[in-house]
Every structure is written in C-alpha cells, then in structure tokens.
Design a protein around this ligand. Structure first.
Ligand code: COA
Length: 248
C-alpha cells in the first residue's frame, strides 16, 4: 500500500471544529464497496442531485479492471472520507476529447477526472484540489497528456476548484442522456487542461457571463471563446479568445 500524501485536517462537527489527520493512497478493487457506499451517502445528502452523476459499483469495477485509479482519503480513524476517481477512456466513444474536437491522435492520451466526493464534515480542507494536484504527476507517469472532466453549471464549488487548477471550459452540452440525440441529458461544462507546458498566449477579447446562463455561453464557445477563470463571489465565468487558435 503506497502512501501518496499525509496531512492535517479540520473536521466540522455540528459547528465545532476538531483537528484530524489524513492519509491519501490508491484504493484497491477490494475497497470499492466502501467507495460506492460513500458516493451514495454523499449523493443522498445533496440538496441538488443534478450536480452529481452517480457511478455504479459495476461500472467502477469494470473501469478499475481496465486501469482506472481511485485516490482514497482516510482520516485518523482509517475511515474513507473522500475520493477522486480517475479514468482512462482510450478509444471509447465516451472519451471527452471527442466533445472538444480533439485530434484523433491525442485521444489515447486523455485522462478523465471522474467523480470527486468529500464528506460534508470534511469540506473546506481543499481535498478536491489536493487530490487533483496529486493526480497530475500520477497520470503523467502513466503517459497521459490531457486532463478532461465534466462539471455541472450548478456546481460552483467544483467548477471553482477545477478551474483554479488550470482546466478551461471548452464546451457546454447535455451529457449522460439516453435518447439517440442526448437531449434528455443534463447540462455539463467540458473542461480541459493540456499537461504539456505551452508558451504563454495573447488574448484578444474578454467577456463575463453568469455560469447559469447556458445559451450565451454556448454561443461564445461556438465563436472560439474559452472559459478561463471563474469568480466564486459573482458566479461569473470569464471567457477569452486567444489570438492564435492552436489549442483544442
Ligand atoms: C465539490 C466538493 C468535492 C468540494 O469539496 P472540498 O474540496 O472540500 O471543497 P473546498 O475545500 O474547496 O471548499 C471551499 C469552501 O466551499 C465550501 N463548500 C465546498 N463544497 C460545498 C458544498 N457542496 N456545499 C456547500 N459548501 C461547500 C467549503 O465548506 C469551504 O467553505 P469555507 O471557505 O467557508 O471553509 C464537495 O462539495 C462534494 O463532495 N460535493 C458533492 C459531490 C460533487 O459535487 N462532486 C464534484 C462533481 S464530481
């Protein structure tokens, strides 16, 4: 069992703050039931179920057998309090690179940031960011070069953390639908970060849009704008257009 990181935590218990500790490590298939139980517990407590698309035990098991990784966060009492699930979609049609028109040759280098879950009493310790920062060298070592994920426009906490870590909004569309055209799906931003360092690029235009205003954002993205940063206070997403159009 390789320990990836350890540190201090603050646990919120009915308004009281208690000191705790965490250990982050990769989860084995044998621990998957605990992961799914935590996901269900957190989902049941969510006031807005739209923000989280649930993964089933069978889907995660299948995915882990095909190389998916889960970073688990355990407290001092060795209970699972959070996790980050990383998937490697390869040539699957579910590869989010397809949603941002990524060149075919790049699709095999895509790593997905799938679900992240933090128990309510442990929120505010930046565990979403910390596990993301741990995931980057991990996926790079495995030979992947792109991070992609989906985030609901109604999930300001997650969107803020993801964008803070350098992922940019590249598409806004309905996902996880079952109808042939996907129109029964739920709105999701598709975010991307190229893990290969690139030269700084000049931006030519800047526009701010409330994150919940779907249509204006879709129009901007169609015109080549990219969502670059989010103001958590005003809930405005700032879109820019780069002078060159190298990125995908
Ligand atoms: C999104 C999520 C993982 C973020 O957890 P986190 O890493 O602990 O969040 P942060 O440390 O960045 O929290 C920053 C602040 O926002 C607050 N916050 C975070 N998530 C919150 C939530 N869902 N509801 C209310 N407040 C929240 C924190 O309490 C903290 O407040 P503070 O600055 O006053 O201390 C967590 O909210 C969660 O598990 N949500 C449900 C599942 C989900 O939406 N996952 C993401 C999509 S897969």
């Amino acid at each position: 069992m390789t320990i990836l990181k350890t540190g201090q935590l603050i646990k919120n218990v009915e308004g009281r703050k208690e000191k705790d500790q965490y250990v982050m490590r990769l989860i084995s298939i044998d621990d998957l039931r605990e992961v799914v139980a935590l996901e269900k517990h957190v989902y049941d407590l969510l006031p807005n179920k739209q923000v989280l698309f649930m993964d089933s035990y069978e889907e995660m098991l299948d995915d882990m057998r095909n190389g998916a990784k889960i970073i688990g966060v355990y407290n001092k009492s060795k209970d699972l309090i959070a996790y980050r699930y990383l998937g490697f979609p390869g040539n699957s049609p579910n590869n989010l690179g397809n949603d941002i028109n990524m060149p075919e040759g790049e699709l095999s280098k895509v790593a997905h940031l799938e679900t992240t879950i933090v128990l309510p009493e442990y929120r505010g310790n930046s565990l979403q960011s910390l596990t993301l920062q741990l995931a980057i060298p991990l996926v790079k070592d495995l030979g992947y070069g792109h991070l992609l994920c989906t985030v609901s426009p109604q999930n300001i906490y997650s969107l803020y953390n993801i964008m803070k870590n350098g992922l940019r909004v590249r598409a806004l569309k309905k996902k996880y639908g079952t109808s042939p055209d996907g129109s029964d799906g739920i709105w999701r931003f598709i975010l991307h970060r190229d893990l290969t360092p690139k030269a700084a690029r000049r931006t030519s235009e800047l526009l701010s849009v409330p994150i919940v205003d779907i249509e204006p954002q879709r129009q901007l993205i169609d015109k080549g704008f990219i969502g670059l940063w989010l103001s958590r206070e005003s809930k405005m997403l700032n879109y820019v257009r780069f002078e060159d159009s190298l990125v995908y």
